[in-house]
Design a protein. Structure first.
Length: 166
């Protein structure tokens, strides 16, 4: 972090979670292969192949969606030529810069079980960005950074059994 940068959002987990995902895909591929061999012996196990294929599609879809999630948001000071920019870093390593005035909405959803929050950042060009769970930042910092944005927070609408939603 260089001098003058302001950290707006910092997720607790910034990894791509590749090892658990590969382990799940490997186990499912082994199961598909085993039950595929059972099919050769005139067994009625075709549902396992369909379930495995569906699992692999779902895992791939989740991987694509998760790579787009935000892990860090910073306000980067501008030069004489450029105004300050909002720098967003995603799980996959992609970094984009946006004008803070183009942020339409910032919503923090506080978890009612852990001391974490989720970030939902909506840009004026209809992009909705999700942040991985992290510590809830100060909302006044977001209000100062994005003056045209609707900045707010709320409690989660779901929780664990036995723990009241507030």
């Amino acid at each position: 972090m260089t001098a003058g940068e302001v950290l707006l959002w910092d997720a607790d987990d910034k990894s791509t979670r590749t090892v658990p995902r590969l382990r799940r895909v490997g186990v499912m591929s082994g199961c598909i292969g085993f039950f595929g061999l059972l099919l050769l012996t005139d067994s009625d196990a075709t549902w396992v192949l369909y379930a495995g294929a569906l699992h692999l599609l779902a895992e791939t879809g989740y991987w694509v969606w998760d790579r787009r999630r935000l892990v860090e948001a910073r306000l980067v000071p501008g030069d004489a030529d450029r105004p300050a920019r909002l720098r967003l870093r995603r799980v996959g390593g992609r970094i984009t810069e946006h004008d803070p005035h183009h942020v339409a909405r910032v919503l923090l959803i506080h978890d009612n079980v852990q001391d974490l929050a989720n970030l939902r950042l909506s840009l004026r060009d209809k992009h909705l960005l999700f942040g991985r769970p992290g510590r809830a930042p100060d909302l006044t910092l977001w209000r100062r950074t994005c003056p045209k944005a609707e900045v707010g927070d709320r409690a989660a609408r779901w929780g664990m059994p036995g723990i009241p939603d507030e």
